[in-house]
Write a protein that binds this ligand. Sequence first.
Ligand code: ADP
Ligand code: MG
Length: 285
Amino acid sequence: MGKITEALKRVTDDRVARIQRKPETQYVVRKLEDTNIDAHIVSFHDSSSPIAEQYKIVRTNLQTLRAEKGYKSFALTSAINGEGKTVTTLNLAISVAHDLDHKSVLLIDADMRKGKLAQYLGIERSPGLSDVLKGEVQAEDIIVSPNIDNLSVIVSGKMPKNPAELLGSKKMKSLLTSLKNKFDYIFIDTPPVMPLTDACTLGSLVDGVVLVIQASRTQRGVVKHALGRLYQAHAKTLGYIMTNIEYHLPHYLYRYVQEYGGYKYAYKDEDGNGGKKKKVSQVSR
Ligand SMILES: Nc1ncnc2c1ncn2[C@@H]1O[C@H](COP(=O)(O)OP(=O)(O)O)[C@@H](O)[C@H]1O
Ligand SMILES: [Mg+2]
């Protein structure tokens, strides 16, 4: 193999390794006992933590869209798999459900192939959306309550042979219309855009799409391509949520957060020479 070919192969291998790499830092802070809900759902386990605050910022933006434009249904997707869609959708939905407005929130797992919403909530994944769309059960029978005030959930259901066709069916459209009349907010967790058409189909049925992007992994070109696909499907992309980003707080801000948030975190020196910057210590599971 020539030197150039070798170098090109190395670059390609590096890129593939980066895409396949799982996030190294697990951002679990605290886990409540007596619940099956996964510790990554920080908005549930530790709603006053700085990480949960980030979801509240997005919540505020969505509430503004609802108040100003009447948007109430949102699909969360990403360009490729494993960027944090499910964790983000769950945290966001719980954050909205926790708000003092007491709005009713419905969370739907429309990732019929690899849906993990049920797993994160510690509940059964069936019966769910696919079973209703196949006409095997009634919609009212699959709406479950995961013991979180104001939150209802529709899990993905048994894996069907034709998820794309089911999501694009008239039945899906009418189901969403009737659910929109019953709930104040609907969040839909979808499969990624690049390998499948499902997210684009769903994107065209909701008021807006939020793209989850995992930092240091998904390439700009891939994100642009995904955005192009959503655009072609007439889905309205409202914005982005970056995942896998660490907090770097300047010292003065760190003290401010600690004093005013009444919240104690384990911080550690990042630079090791006087500690001008502090980094949130993330606790692994
Ligand atoms: N904000 C985040 N920061 C760091 N890692 C995250 C974040 N959100 C999710 N993850 C991690 O990314 C992995 C995939 O998350 P998941 O939500 O299941 O992805 P997807 O639904 O896009 O396939 C999990 O290990 C999860 O802990
Ligand atoms: Mg997922």
